[in-house]
Design a protein around this ligand. Structure first.
Ligand code: EPU
Length: 423
């Protein structure tokens, strides 16, 4: 299998441009199912999750063109099918957004249960609770979820989520946009990609208010029309480069970001000793001296994102003193990478939801395995910071969500290359 070879120890310098947000793209692409007419979507990241989704939509009958890099034109008007290809659906987690989108479009859906990054048990009971509240009958097996209109038909409803689930908030928004009446989601997720999905849908004619707060209201409309929309920059990709500079050292301008989305991350990196300068749509980060220990607890937005847990752990592993890292969204997420970091010389003790990280002088190159997307990104950062050579295996996880990672890092002076599959 293909892998990355990294010769560590070279500071990162220069400018890197952040791509469109993966987690917004994987919600907005299924949302085009709700639109009559052509959607031109800009700032679409070229990553494998996006390619799979486009493939799924195309096989269902969508007309798709890519007139220039980062731009996709999608017209789902002719689609008649409410049962997407099972094999493709199983390849990625966010394919479960097809449930809400197809229910919204056809009033019914038959979607295989998704695959993707299984770093924790990832139930979808809150999505189902939402579909039921909108009047659907739900047939859920170990293999698939089938949605059909219940006896009273589909209509808006009120849903109070047990936890602020990103996926459930997105799926309910998709299912409710074209339903009669008003839907209210209480305890909704507030992540930037929720706001981006609402902005996309509203641009096409939806009536959604409150996205970005914990109450989202959706007043159903009869139809959506085509239009043009640009996806927001990827908060976690940007955070990953900021963490890389913090761990490795150097001076980098990270451009095409929304600095407000980055505050939960940059505040912590600053505490650790990185120097940050915010501009309108870019951030300069500099790090020269030794890092300081810190304490981080992951939380839903606007808290420190769970998707940055592994990357900041690498910074902690190289900081002066003892840091504490507490995971409050996915308890088992440490297991995806801490053992790998320890094989590089990190000192990490895990006790339930908290990892205690005792900083070391340096990490040493090793062969390590990515177990999921963000864990893999953290191992790349560790390899860049380490003395000697690191091989990162199972990079298909990383390529699900980082566009041109190798090229972007090489342009910053990193010594990393992708070794192709030799089998
Ligand atoms: N949860 C339930 N029941 C549900 C839904 C969620 O118990 O029906 C629990 C989860 O087990 C978890 C918590 O609620 O403990 C939050 O899960 P959420 O639904 O918010 O996560 P998600 O929608 O499955 C999205 C991102 C993840 C990111 C999380 C948290 C997408 C496609 N995925 O997942 O991103 O970690 O929100 O912010 O948006 C990644 O990009 O690497 C990634 C994994």
């Amino acid at each position: 299998m293909a892998r990355y070879e990294i010769h560590g120890g070279r500071p990162l310098n220069g400018t890197v441009t952040i791509s469109g947000a993966k987690n917004a793209a994987v919600a907005i692409l299924p949302a085009t199912l709700l639109v009559s007419g052509k959607c031109r979507i800009e700032n679409v990241p070229d990553i494998s999750d996006v390619r799979i989704l486009l493939d799924i939509l195309e096989r269902m009958g969508a007309s798709i063109a890519a007139p220039e890099p980062g731009v996709v034109e999608i017209d789902c008007t002719e689609i008649q099918c409410s049962e997407p290809d099972q094999q493709l659906v199983r390849k990625m987690r966010a394919s479960y957004y097809l449930m809400g989108a197809l229910m919204g479009r056809f009033g019914k859906a038959h979607v295989a249960l998704p695959g993707g990054c299984n770093f924790a048990s990832r139930p979808i009971d809150q999505h189902i609770k939402g579909f039921l509240a909108l009047g659907a009958d739900v047939d859920e097996t170990e293999e698939y979820v089938a949605l059909t209109p219940g006896e009273a038909g589909l209509q808006g409803g009120r849903i109070c989520l047990d936890m602020a689930s990103v996926g459930a908030t997105v799926n309910i928004m998709l299912a409710a946009t074209l339903l009669p009446g008003q839907t209210v989601i209480e305890n909704a997720a507030k992540e930037p990609h929720i706001v981006d999905l609402a902005n996309f849908l509203n641009t096409m004619g939806a009536r959604i208010t409150g996205a970005g707060t914990d109450t989202v209201k959706i007043r159903g409309v009869n139809s959506l029309r085509g239009g043009t929309y640009a996806i927001i920059p990827d908060q976690i990709e940007a955070g990953t480069y900021l963490a890389a500079v913090t761990a490795v050292g150097g001076n980098v301008l990270v451009q095409n970001v929304i600095p407000k989305h980055m505050e939960c991350i940059t505040n912590k990196l600053q505490e650790m000793g990185a120097k940050i300068i915010n501009y309108d749509d870019s951030i300069r980060i500099m790090r020269t001296g030794r890092l300081r220990q810190t304490t981080v607890k992951t939380r839903p937005y606007p808290g420190f994102p769970t998707d940055m847990q592994a990357q900041i752990c690498v910074c902690m592993a190289l900081a002066n003193g003892v840091s504490r890292l507490t995971e409050s969204v996915y308890e088992t997420r440490f297991f995806g990478y801490c053992t790998e970091l320890e094989s590089m010389g990190a000192s990490i003790r895990i006790n339930g939801k908290t990892a205690t990280v005792t900083g070391v002088d340096h990490l040493t190159g090793s062969t390590v395995y990515a177990h999921d997307l963000r864990a893999g990104a953290a191992l790349v950062i560790a390899g860049l910071a380490a003395e000697g050579t690191t091989y990162v295996e199972h990079i298909h996880f990383i390529e699900r969500g980082y566009e041109n990672l190798v090229e972007k890092l090489r342009s910053l002076g990193a010594d990393i290359r992708r070794l192709e599959d030799e089998t």
